[in-house]
Design a protein around this ligand. Sequence first.
Ligand code: FES
Length: 116
Amino acid sequence: MPQITFIIFDGSRRTVDVKSGDSVMQAAIKNNVPGIDADCGGACACATCHVYVDQAWVERLAPIGEMEAAMLDFAQVVLPNSRLSCQLEVTEGPEIGPTHPQRRTVLPRCFDSSTT
Ligand code: FES
């Protein structure tokens, strides 16, 4: 089962099992990871699921779609590794698939992911 390690704003880490096909946002919500509010429920309409993706994984993500890019314009402190976690689908393979981690808050958030 794929796993994702979330790095929370206080620097602590939480590694969670993720069902293939779930989004990174869903994994965070199901596991009570703080900081990902997901106000729109994953409709790419709020940017409260903004995350910073670990650099080791940035190149493995599907490209940002138009809707995600437009919504990231409303997020604070957007960095090159910013993504909307609701638009990142977790797969069984070594890649994080498309459709596809920030948030309105300024606190940094990162994740890395691995599959087992
Ligand atoms: S949950 Fe609203 S944009 Fe991701």
